[in-house]
Design a protein around this ligand. Structure first.
Ligand code: AKG
Ligand code: FE2
Length: 226
């Protein structure tokens, strides 16, 4: 499932992030790329241990912990500390698939990448190109969102970022290990949760909503690792 999560950060939070990022020193993005993706990748990144990356990453994780749409769709078990990238002057990231396992720098912890996320930090009118293209069995999906909005997509997908031909595209990107590894099972749970919420709006606490909530939890119990 490819999902648009609006308003992860407010305008003020985006401005706060951009102020600090724009003043920081950036490095070649190939530092965190795997063997294949290093050949396709041409962008800049904040070093993972840069104080700005750590401060902003913590702020993003703190808002995501309270975002009901993210929690329902991702069912997160672990979130990789957010990284930050920038594409300008014709830079792009060719078609690749993200590494399946990522070690959190400076720790023994590993994250299995079930879901990939891009949180946009530049308004779309401020740059040309830079669309994130995610391929799935239905074709190519083109994603270019307002600053503060995020897209979540299965890490199994081939994806790329188109050349940025005007301005600069700044974003945060990271990965999630979900309690439910399988995208099909996770999507069913998300659809069921959304339907139960709709039902609760129409007939709160009715017996059918209670039974469906029971089914949701029994499926989660069957499929989740915690
Ligand atoms: O910049 C993006 O939206 C995606 C970056 C990406 O695909 C990656 O770093 O693996
Ligand atoms: Fe990627």
């Amino acid at each position: 499932m490819l999902l648009h999560i609006p308003g992860v950060l407010t305008r003020e939070q985006v401005a706060w992030c951009r102020q600090q990022m724009d003043a920081a020193d950036w490095v070649d993005g190939r530092v965190t790329a795997g063997h294949q993706s290093a050949m396709a990748k041409d962008n800049a990144q904040l070093p993972a241990d840069h104080p700005v990356a750590q401060r902003l990453g913590d702020a993003i994780l703190a808002t995501l912990e309270k975002n009901p749409l993210f929690l329902s769709a991702a069912l997160p078990l672990k979130v990789f500390p957010p990284l930050f990238n920038r594409y300008a002057g014709g830079q792009s990231f060719g078609t690749h698939v993200d590494n399946a396992i990522r070690q959190v720098p400076g720790t023994p912890h590993r994250v299995r990448t079930d879901l990939s996320a891009t949180l946009f930090l530049t308004e779309p009118e401020d740059y040309d190109g830079g669309e994130l293209i995610v391929e799935d069995t239905y074709g190519d999906h083109q994603v270019k969102l307002p600053a503060g909005d995020m897209v979540l997509y299965p890490s199994t997908s081939l994806h790329r970022v188109e050349r940025v031909t005007r301005g600069a595209r700044v974003a945060s990107f990271f990965w999630i290990q979900s309690m439910v590894r399988d995208d099909g099972e996770r999507t069913l749970l998300f659809d069921l949760d959304t339907t139960i919420q709709d039902l609760n709006r129409e007939a709160a606490g009715g017996p059918a909503a209670v039974r469906l909530t029971g089914i949701y939890h029994n499926l989660l119990r069957r499929w989740a690792e915690a």
